[in-house]
Ligand binder design. Structure first.
Ligand code: SAH
Ligand code: SF4
Ligand code: F3S
Length: 441
């Protein structure tokens, strides 16, 4: 057996692609190693959401290129979102790379490996805009052993927010067939997974592109929920205006679907939202978030925000801080705006916010996030919550199990034994900014 190591740099969609690539390679004589130095085949699954993530990919292959000087038989693959965008350019920048594989063609991996082993250099980056489901079912998926299985249900994006590269790296929105998804869910449950996360760049637009049937996320949730066994269901990421009343009601009715919505707001200011090409304003987002809060008890709502979007004024930025606070958001991912090639906002150079201001705003955003998180955690002290245990670790001489509640709160619990994979009732006794502290009942 040869050994393969894949470094994954992006979102859950990238992680899910990595699992599929490991799965395919396991059918072709490659076993997974956790040690890059022991690998015969090194692959990086790249992300281009911000310049920083792209730069990280280049510096990593730079290091691998040095290893190859003393081990010429070593093979190097450059995959994922940066590959999709840059294609053959990668060879100019790093001539030691053996293959470049974009996001649309991951199922050509076995054929590519055969060719590079004969000494060819390969670039597979055309857009197919097909879901390639027929190919997907041929290969097993080598999921990272854990309790949660990521299952992509829709890929790509039609929204073209002016800052975002995803529509260029993942193509147009396309939904996978319900039968394929349900098979993957059942396979994951049969191999011991206890939580299913349905994935999509805009998960709640699932099924919009089906011409032959009216089958949407709410329908899929019902079908997944109907599968026998004890497990939880989550879905990410939601686009605010695609969350219908029907979807909220469905999540309420279905016992396995968790009380958790990830709904990126991006900015709390309506003028900035318009410039971002988001299809809602501050008021609309408030209306949606407040409706969910009212309808779903104990729901957590998490979000993403960008600091220093081109043209953002101090006043507009403050509207983001107040939105976070007034909505009592439970957690937010935050980032400083990073101009991305091909996107509309990257052309607004004269409106760019200087780096110091951008990072000063990001720091204030992070401070508000910390406050929101702590306040959100404090609400649960004294309650008893069901926790799915994900991990067991010894830390500073203490043995700790870590898990998540239905509403996606992380809980740390002292425990002598490893209870990974179990659903336990836990009394919440305290909290820190990023997690709850609990005791087993
Ligand atoms: N589909 C999701 C987001 C996917 S990208 C949605 O529409 O909400 C993940 C996050 O990366 C985004 O929510 C955004 O906050 C951040 N992001 C995207 N492009 C960015 C850029 N150019 N600079 C900084 N952050 C960015
Ligand atoms: Fe990017 Fe906007 Fe699509 Fe989300 S909805 S992936 S932010 S273009
Ligand atoms: Fe990054 Fe591609 Fe995901 S750009 S965030 S890895 S879709």
């Amino acid at each position: 057996m040869k050994k393969v190591y894949i470094e994954t740099m992006g979102c859950q969609m990238n992680k899910s692609d990595t699992e599929r690539m490991y799965g395919m390679l396991s059918n072709f004589g490659y076993e997974q190693t956790k040690e890059p130095k022991q690998a015969d085949l090194l692959m990086v699954n790249t992300c281009s959401i911000r310049q920083l993530s792209e730069d990280k990919a280049y510096s990593l292959i730079g290091l691998w290129g040095k290893w190859k000087k003393s081990r010429p038989e070593l093979k190097i693959g450059f995959c994922g979102c940066v590959a999709q965008q840059k294609a053959k350019e990668i060879f100019k920048r790093a001539n030691y790379v053996d293959f470049v594989l974009g996001t649309h063609k991951i199922y050509s991996l076995p054929a590519i490996i055969e060719k590079i082993n004969l000494g060819e250099k390969i670039c597979e980056c055309e857009e197919t805009n097909a879901t390639e489901d027929s190919e997907a079912v041929k290969y097993n998926i080598n999921r990272v052993k854990s309790v949660n299985a990521w299952i992509p249900i829709t890929e790509g994006c039609n929204n073209f927010c002016t800052y975002c590269i995803v529509p260029y790296t993942r193509g147009r929105e396309r939904s996978r067939q319900p039968e394929t998804i349900l098979k993957e869910v059942k396979d994951a449950l049969n191999s011991g997974f206890k939580e299913i996360t349905l994935l999509g760049q805009n998960v709640d637009s699932y099924g919009k592109d089906f011409k032959d049937k009216n089958y949407r996320l709410a329908d899929l949730l019902q079908d997944v929920n109907a599968i026998e066994g004890e497990f939880w269901i989550r879905f990410v990421t939601s686009y605010p205006t695609d969350i219908t009343d029907d979807l909220i009601k469905t999540t309420l009715e279905l016992d396995k679907v968790c009380e958790y919505f990830h709904i990126p707001m991006q900015s709390g200011d309506s003028v900035v939202l318009k410039a971002m090409n988001r299809r809602y304003d501050r008021e609309k987002y408030f209306e949606i978030a407040n409706k969910i809060r009212k309808m779903v008890p104990d729901v957590t709502i998490t979000s993403d925000f960008i600091a220093g979007f081109p043209g953002e004024t101090e006043e507009q930025f403050k509207n983001t801080l107040t939105a976070m606070e007034e909505l009592c958001l439970d957690y937010s991912n935050t980032a400083a705006y990073s101009p991305r090639e091909k996107t509309v906002a990257a052309r607004w150079v004269d409106k760019f916010i200087d780096e110091d201001t951008k990072f000063e705003r990001l720091a204030r955003l992070n401070e508000q996030n910390r406050k929101c998180c702590l306040a959100s955690n404090k609400k649960f002290i004294g309650r008893t919550l069901k926790v799915l245990i994900e991990n067991f670790e010894e830390h500073k001489g203490q043995k700790v199990i870590t898990g998540r509640t239905r509403n996606n709160k992380i809980v740390h619990i002292l425990s002598e034994s490893d209870l990974t994979g179990q659903f336990l009732d836990v009394k919440i006794t305290g909290c820190k900014t990023w997690y709850l502290i609990g005791e087993l009942l």
